[in-house]
Design a protein around this ligand. Structure first.
Ligand code: SAJ
Length: 439
């Protein structure tokens, strides 16, 4: 007679291998929706769960609001009933696997906001039962899965690694990246027990090209934080290099390009107007918050956070000085901002340095217009701006500021019409001109 543990694992393994396991994804954003699509394309019946009814309705009409999920990929899956979205968490009782891909923002105090994970786990706990695999994907501090999620799910008769299985697997989505999408980005997964890791690995192997099992949930949680802290600190380093080069009259862009010719032991990062997005500026503070509790200061993270946070101020000073060199005060000048999104060729404005720069300029009395093909309107500080035509406004503005270097901007026409350009992205590196001031 098989133990209940062996039978639960065996049953789930068979459902996963036959791709009849009923897959659930909680959180249908830029992480959850692409994941749901990959499992539906692999043949699983997939239920997407989200708290926003508008998202649920849009998805069930086959409409995608996520840039990396094309409607012509989603629509057939909805039509074939391979993917269905709902706001009703009670469906969890019928699911075999549940991925949690909800936001993990920071509070104003730079402490982790775990409320989304907690409410998702409360919903799962309410409808939980034996035989399920739960995988947390939201970026979070090491220990979240075993300290916070596990106690919410485990109870008499429901023991992890026996009657249910729990893993952590970091998401690595790079929005707008045409080369690397969910299916071909290696997937790290670590379980609370070896049986959990085995089932998590088997699960992802059905839909994704490469799976990288690790020995625990904490290792998997820490992998993601190393990846993103690595980026944040290196961006901070290169931003500090930009400040140094500016003071010494050295072209930092030329320095980086020449350093990047080193065929080993170097990886180029580039200075910019600040650090945007909902990951890189935020995730490292999940780590530093946790390490403080362990009695160790994450000094690199704090310092990089400070330097990256100073970049919008540095850009605004550069604009003011550039106008000054043209005998124009910042106050009353018309400044046209090119790009509101936090990085090129996407429309996400979360934590975008463009917002900081616009507010700082307005506080110093400048009149602001902006262009962004992906951001038709901007809400900031109680007022709204509407995107204007880039070339027209560049001809009328006292200063044009390239904050986000979208590929679709007509840089030649902009430069021809502009009186003065402050280029924070080296977007005009192929257009040498005395009108251009670089970081
Ligand atoms: N940035 C710089 N200089 C650089 C690189 C980036 O100033 O050399 C700025 C960008 O303009 C942006 C911010 O940093 O404002 C974040 O840029 P990002 O390229 O890291 O973009 P994200 O946050 O959308 O995506 C990252 C992923 N990016 C890459 O690996 C290229 C990856 O780190 C994570 O998978 C993802 O965050 C996440 O979700 O954690």
């Amino acid at each position: 007679m098989q133990s209940s543990a062996a039978s639960a694992a065996q049953t789930l393994e068979e459902k996963i291998k036959s791709r009849t396991a009923r897959v659930g994804i909680i959180g249908l954003g830029y992480v959850g929706l692409p994941l749901a699509v990959e499992f539906a394309r692999a043949g699983f019946p997939v239920t997407g769960i989200d708290i926003e009814p508008s998202k649920v309705e849009q998805l069930n009409r086959g409409e995608s609001y996520v840039q990396d999920v094309a409607p012509d990929v989603l629509r057939p899956l909805v039509g074939a009933k391979k993917f269905h979205a709902t706001a009703d968490f009670s469906v969890i009782s019928e699911l075999d696997t549940i991925n949690i891909a909800v936001p993990t923002p920071l509070r104003k105090t730079k402490d982790p906001d775990m409320s989304y994970i907690v409410s998702a786990c409360q919903a799962i706990a309410q409808y939980f039962g034996p035989g399920k695999l739960v995988i947390l994907e939201s970026t979070t501090y090491p220990g979240t899965t075993d300290e916070l999620v596990l106690p919410m799910l485990e109870r008499p008769g429901l023991k992890v690694g026996e009657q249910f299985f729990l893993c952590f697997s970091p998401e690595r989505v790079d929005p707008g990246n045409a080369q690397f999408q969910t299916a071909n980005i290696p997937k790290v997964v670590g379980g609370i027990t070896p049986a959990c890791t085995k089932l998590g690995t088997l699960f992802y192997s059905q839909a994704l090209e490469t799976v990288v099992p690790v020995s625990s949930t904490r290792v998997a949680e820490m992998v993601k934080l190393l990846e993103n802290t690595f980026r944040m600190i290196n961006i901070g380093l290169v931003n500090e290099m930009a400040l140094m080069c500016d003071r010494m009259g050295i072209n930092v862009w030329e320095v980086i390009d020449a350093a990047a010719t080193k065929p080993f032991g170097f990886m180029p990062f580039y200075p910019g107007p600040g650090l945007g997005g909902h990951c890189i500026p935020i995730d490292p503070f999940y780590l530093s918050w946790k390490t403080k509790q362990a009695g160790i200061e994450a000094r690199f993270i704090e310092l990089a956070g400070y330097i990256n946070g100073q970049m919008p101020h540095f850009v605004v000073d550069k604009i003011q000085n550039a106008l000054n060199d043209h005998s124009k005060p910042l106050r009353g000048s018309h400044i046209h901002i090119l790009g509101a999104a936090y990085k090129r060729n996407i429309g996400d404005v979360r934590e975008s340095p463009a917002l900081d720069i616009i507010l700082l300029l307005e506080r110093r009395g400048a009149r602001i217009t902006y262009s962004d093909p992906f951001v038709p309107q901007l809400q900031l500080d109680g007022h709204q701006l509407t995107a204007q035509d880039a070339v027209t406004q560049s001809g009328e503005a006292d200063c044009v500021v390239i904050v986000t270097d979208h590929s679709s901007f007509d840089y030649s026409a902009i430069l021809e019409r502009a009186q003065l350009v402050v280029d924070t992205r080296n977007a005009l590196k192929n257009h040498p001109s005395s009108k251009v001031v670089r970081l």
